[in-house]
Design a protein around this ligand. Structure first.
Ligand code: PPE
Length: 314
């Protein structure tokens, strides 16, 4: 990967981007024993702000705990490290990637003798599915791969190894000429995109799959549910059948990387007239306002970074 910033925070220290290296016998590289987050910080008129920072830190720690990893720093230390990383790199808006993982210790599946390590990287990352995708919607295809079920892993944990599932679906969608793949759960109900939750709109009512569909509990999803309800659109959290995708007036996806991205075509069927719908655009606008600090109502979602006086001087 191209250099995205000067420094990366690794196990308590800031190191040069080029020097942030790990051993080949890192347990997580062999067995996928890592958990991670995707977080974004945005420029607001009060300075740079991390969106729902404490919720991301909480989910990181919960994901780690579900796989029996004890993070060697406190939540407050991890949050402070992220803020420091942004300041020291001089980033105004960025994507932040903390990873907690089993390092090199002992080979073999028994993980508990391998040390738990952590790093946080940050870089500038534009629209995940392209600026045009975010504005006009993307073409998506239901994947032949099913979302990995809670009978096999813990879909609610954001664990690195589990992403082989998303990687297969992403490659399949791309090779078939689509921008995103939608995974069904093991019952054949709609689950989510490879890296996004999914919402449908029908006759003014919004629906999105819940825990029973083995989703990752997206922080963007929670935010968008609240925003939609505040705008007067009740959101039903329920099973969504595949056929409802073809009947929907509007479909959109949410995620930290993807933000709110409309789907304009699903399995070669245009969604309504093939343009992002009115409710999608209204919720997207309110969400963008929240992200960029333009909304007093959701100001508590922003962790404003204090830039020390000397760092803000030209
Ligand atoms: N489902 C999956 C499978 C997923 O990976 C994400 C985030 C979401 C739902 C939405 O969660 P949230 O970000 O809390 O709203 N995917 C992250 C990784 C994307 C990547 O390519 O890497 C992200 O958006 O940061």
């Amino acid at each position: 990967m191209e250099k995205g910033a000067d420094l990366i925070w690794m196990n308590g220290e800031l190191v040069a981007w080029e020097d942030a290296k790990i051993h080949v016998l890192t347990h997580a590289l062999h067995y996928g024993t890592g958990v991670f987050e995707g977080v974004r910080a945005y420029e607001t008129d009060k300075g740079t702000a991390i969106f729902r920072h404490s919720d991301h830190v909480d989910r990181l720690f919960k994901s780690a705990e579900m796989y029996f990893m004890e993070v060697p720093f406190s939540k407050a230390e991890v949050a402070a490290a992220t803020r420091e990383l942004i300041v020291r790199n001089g980033l105004r808006s960025c994507y932040i990637r903390p990873v907690v993982y089993r390092g090199a210790g002992q080979m073999g599946l028994y993980p508990l003798n391998s040390p738990v390590e952590i790093f946080i990287a940050a870089w500038e990352w534009g629209a995940y599915l392209g600026d045009e995708g975010k504005a006009k919607g993307v073409r998506a295809k239901v994947s032949s791969w099913r979302r990995l079920p809670s009978s096999a892993v813990i879909p609610a944990a954001k664990a690195t190894g589990q992403y082989l599932n998303s990687v297969l679906a992403k490659i399949e969608a791309d090779k078939a000429g689509y921008e995103e793949g939608i995974l069904l759960d093991d019952r054949g109900m709609v689950c989510e995109g490879t890296g996004e939750n999914l919402f449908i709109v029908k006759e003014g009512r919004i629906a999105t799959p819940g825990w029973s569909a083995d989703i990752l509990g997206g922080i963007t999803r929670t935010s968008v549910i609240q925003i939609a309800e505040d705008l007067g659109y009740p959101v039903e959290v329920r099973d969504v059948a595949r056929g409802e995708l073809y009947l929907a007036d509007e479909i959109f996806m949410t995620g930290t990387a993807a933000e709110l991205t409309p789907i304009r075509e699903i399995d070669d069927h245009p969604v309504a007239d093939g343009k992002p719908g009115e409710i999608t655009l209204q919720v997207q606008q309110a969400f963008e306002d929240a992200l960029h600090g333009r909304s007093a109502r959701y100001a508590e979602w922003l962790d404003l970074i204090e830039i020390p006086a000397q760092a803000s001087a030209p």
